[in-house]
Design a protein. Structure first.
Lengths: 297, 253
């Protein structure tokens, strides 16, 4: 039997006008997408260029190791940088365990009840509450009611409230992404709920959880409103020694400098922004690294 | 149906509902020691639900309610003081799709015995389980490799080894070959004959040839009802019920 036979007439190559038009639309959409992406990246690039042009000349060791001053050439971000690092560290220590345990409870333990649904919906809503509202809450509860004053710990607790919904939601997503077949397999060899969570759910979910936590902390670093609300200082000539000390933070210092009339202070603000961006990028790099480590296994 | 053997598991008038809708309706049957029992029937007939009730895996599905009793050597598995974790030590399970842990081959098998503090040398136990699952020769030189690098058929045999490492009395298998090619399927069927020496096996399958090849007893279910249960040869060659005959011969409706 002949397995290869010529087939006539040719069918391919006689494309209709409608197909040509569809290809045209397809190309146009692609170009539009590239255009919009480029304009977003372009604006960001312009912003970074302007900040760098104004701030880089001021950025030196003296800037990083000096306290704020009336004289621009002597002013620096030491207290603000330390304050930010203090607040972020304590925020991480508070929000990480609370957020992750809450997410584990909601995903692994909570019964599928109306009550659980209500809690989950409320957490999602809290993620959208303006940060200044958390500032007011922090002022009322931590600063006044608990008497923590304008301390690092009051700031960290307020920031934790702000980012907890984001952490819980991202941790829930990471936990939910662990296939349920793995859980069932573990239960089928006589594991308890805790053993399933500890040995299978958490190891698989940790890269996702940590990425979410670090992105949430990055958000906290840039927040100004809640810190101003709880009364973080704008002029601080000392570095916090402990969680009960008063503090300032990078965005507050930047805001303070931009509101001064002298042009030099505006350039100092730009230099402060560069420091803030450097802290942010470092944290994001850590998040990327952790995710990479997690997916490599 | 001849009944010389000991019943290991017994379902008594079991009804299982999802959100009120019955998936299993008043099923009663005994499962015999060191025999392979196949449960067959069309999709959605409740056979997997019934199987999962035998080691309380339905506990993980929301809104499931169950009536009737399931006895394992005379104790009610759903009794007030029964710990479901303990139930699963005696009654293991192999799932429809291979679901190895994303860990090493060794850890997959060793994890269950380790967390349960089972006695004896753990390495011996792993080796024994892998040998029983006919996987040892293929993996003995790479026990530390990720289980996810194994082929689908190897993964399923690893899952069988994982269940065997617990040395349960009963192994429940939920369509264990449905995601496998014919060669892997044949290997697992061969395996079942050997495992029968030591274990009581209950296997849910869509594959009628498989049921007739491997099982000693066959239960046929339809719409949640146990239509016929008996010696596999009889169910396939001289079914008592018309519906069973239609199903096993491929004539429907």
């Amino acid at each position: 039997m002949d397995l290869i036979k010529p087939v006539t007439p040719e069918v391919i190559g006689r494309r209709s006008g409608s197909l040509r038009r569809r290809h045209l639309y397809s190309r146009a959409f692609r170009i539009a997408c590239i255009g919009f992406t480029m304009s977003a990246v372009g604006v960001l690039g312009l912003l970074i260029y302007q900040v760098a042009a104004a701030g880089l000349p001021w950025l030196d060791l003296q800037f990083l190791t000096s306290f704020p001053s009336r004289f621009p050439e002597r002013a620096g971000v030491k207290s603000a940088l330390y304050g930010t690092l203090w607040v972020v560290s304590f925020t991480a220590m508070i929000s990480l365990p609370v957020g992750v345990l809450a997410a584990i409870y909601l995903e692994e333990y909570a019964p599928a009840s109306t009550m659980t649904r209500i809690i989950e919906i409320n957490i999602a809503n809290l993620a959208g509450v303006p940060s200044i509202v958390y500032g007011i809450l922090g002022l009322a509860v931590f600063v006044r009611f608990l008497g923590l004053e304008r301390s690092v710990i009051a700031g960290a607790l307020t920031m934790s409230l702000l980012i907890l919904p984001v952490i819980i939601i991202s941790a829930k997503e990471a936990i939910r992404a662990v296939p349920s077949s793995i859980r069932l397999a573990a239960f089928a060899v006589g594991a308890t709920q805790w053993q399933v969570v500890r040995s299978h759910v958490l190891p698989s979910a940790i890269p996702g959880i940590l990425t979410g936590v670090i992105l949430a902390l990055s958000r906290a670093i840039g927040e100004t409103a809640p810190l101003i609300m709880i009364g973080a200082l704008t002029y601080v000539a000392f570095v916090p020694d402990g969680p009960m000390d008063e503090f300032t933070a990078l965005p507050i210092q930047i805001f303070n400098w931009t509101s001064r009339p002298q042009a030099e202070f505006h350039e100092l603000a730009a230099a402060g922004i560069i420091v803030l961006l450097a802290v942010l990028l470092t944290m994001n790099a850590v998040a990327v690294f952790i995710r990479y480590q997690g997916t490599r296994k | 149906m001849k009944q010389p053997e000991n019943a290991v598991l017994e379902a008594r008038n079991v009804t299982i509902r999802y959100s009120g809708e019955a998936a299993v309706k008043g099923v009663s049957l005994s499962l015999f020691e060191k025999k392979i029992t196949a449960i067959i029937g069309p999709s959605g007939c409740g056979k997997s639900t019934l199987l999962r009730s035998l080691n309380r895996m339905n506990d993980f599905i929301d809104h499931v309610t169950q009536e009737g009793e399931i006895l394992y050597r005379n104790s009610d598995l759903y009794g007030e003081h029964v710990d479901p974790v303990e139930v699963r030590l005696h009654i293991g399970m192999v799932f429809q799709r291979p679901n190895p842990f994303p860990k090493s081959i060794y850890r997959n098998v060793a994890w269950g015995p380790t967390i349960n503090g089972l006695s004896g040398d753990i390495n011996e136990r792993v080796e024994r389980a892998l040998k029983q699952a006919a996987l040892w020769d293929e993996v003995k030189d790479r026990l530390d490799d990720s289980a996810l690098n194994l082929s689908g058929g190897q993964q399923q045999r690893l899952c069988i080894a994982r269940a065997l490492a617990m040395e349960p009395e009963v192994i429940l298998m939920d369509e264990p070959c449905s995601a496998l090619d014919p060669v892997s399927t044949a290997r697992i069927e061969d395996l079942l004959f050997e495992l029968k020496e030591k274990y009581t096996i209950v296997i849910v399958t869509h594959n009628m040839q498989q049921a007739s090849r491997v099982s000693d007893y066959t239960a046929f279910m339809e719409s949640g009802v146990l239509i016929e249960y008996g010696d596999t040869d009889e169910v396939f060659t001289r079914p008592k019920q018309k519906r069973t005959e239609d199903y096993v011969t491929g004539r429907f409706g």
